[in-house]
Design a protein around this ligand. Structure first.
Ligand code: PAJ
Length: 301
């Protein structure tokens, strides 16, 4: 396992691997790795000859009042987890190495996909994500890159950016890894007190309740069903006094409904989502009404 903190050194290692005919898989992270990250690394290691993990808490994607300064960090532990999951390289640059001239003047904005939900609650966030991911792709030149469905809208933003800019990388989405009680794993879960940690399971409970309503319909759900489903989610979250809902939405794509939720528990902001497959009768697809939100997943899978 090699740990590299220089852009040049990282680029050279992966260029050499490709020249030798090896496929490169990239797993971008902000560190403080958990089993969710490890699942992406394992998938990359299974599918690619060389797996590189990046650990970089990207200032560009944090708002002024967000948790950049307190974001949890433990590089030694991250390196051990990455190695155990099959990575051979960890790239962990300092902020000055990634942004030597200070804040970048060039920014990538993925219109439409970045709007609403996380984009509405965290202005500028997805520009920061798209810019750093484009930069990491430019440095690493990966063949394949792995992202979690946990950050569903982020995955859509990255896919769309890679497609629009014809970046030489295939982007893969991986399922959400959860704790035994349903809480989606997140580096930010460490912020939660025991009481908050128990209350935080309400996000997953709300998604399950919202999904139950939709799952009843064997045909296409109507917009009233979708609105009802987000009301159900909101009501479940309202039953937990420690948790404050940011949004609960249902979007429709070609093959599924996706329920998405964001909430605050104390100062900690958590997000989660759940997919509900559509059950089409033969020929019914043509009559299926696809909402404008399908743009989020048009390039999916
Ligand atoms: P971070 O939050 O560290 O997440 C890194 C990757 O791990 C993302 O693709 C995320 O979706 C995935 N991930 C996180 N928790 C997961 C879980 N419980 N199950 C499955 N996958 C999970 O997302 C970022 O970092 C940053 O925005 C980044 C893309 C690195 C750009 O800075």
């Amino acid at each position: 396992m090699q740990v590299i903190d220089r852009v040049d050194g990282f680029r050279k290692e992966l260029d050499a691997a490709r020249v030798a005919g090896r496929t490169v898989g990239l797993v971008p992270t902000m560190g403080y790795l958990h089993e969710g990250h490890a699942s992406l690394i394992r998938r990359s290691a299974a599918e690619c000859d060389v797996t590189a993990v990046t650990v970089f808490v990207n200032p560009l994607q944090f708002g002024a009042h967000e948790d950049l300064a307190s974001y949890p960090r433990d590089l030694d532990r991250d390196v051990a987890i990455a190695e155990d999951a099959g990575a051979v390289l960890v790239f962990a640059p300092a902020v000055e190495e990634m942004y030597p001239g200070g804040p970048v003047l060039t920014s990538i904005h993925v219109a439409a996909v970045s709007e609403g939900m996380e984009g509405a609650s965290r202005p500028g966030h997805f520009d920061g994500v798209a810019t750093v991911v484009a930069k990491l792709f430019a440095i690493a030149g990966p063949c394949r890159a792995y992202f979690g469905e946990k950050d569903y809208q982020q995955l859509a933003v990255v896919r769309r950016m890679a497609a629009d800019l014809s970046l030489p990388v295939d982007v893969f989405g991986c399922p959400i890894v959860r704790e035994a009680d349903g809480l989606a794993m997140s580096s930010r879960n460490v912020y939660l007190s025991p009481e908050q940690r128990a209350a935080a399971t309400v996000l997953h409970r709300a998604l399950e309740a919202g999904a139950a309503g939709l799952a009843h319909s064997t045909d296409l759900a109507h917009s009233t069903d979708l609105a009802h489903s987000s009301d159900v989610m909101a009501a479940v979250v309202a039953s937990e006094s420690l948790v404050h809902l940011d949004y609960a939405e249902v979007i429709e794509t070609d093959h599924e409904y996706r329920l998405l939720i964001a909430a605050r528990v104390g100062k900690t902001r958590l997000i989660d989502n759940l997919g509900v497959a559509k059950f089409f009768d033969a020929g019914s697809e043509a009559s299926g009404s696809i909402s404008t939100e399908s743009r989020l997943r048009r390039d999916a899978d």
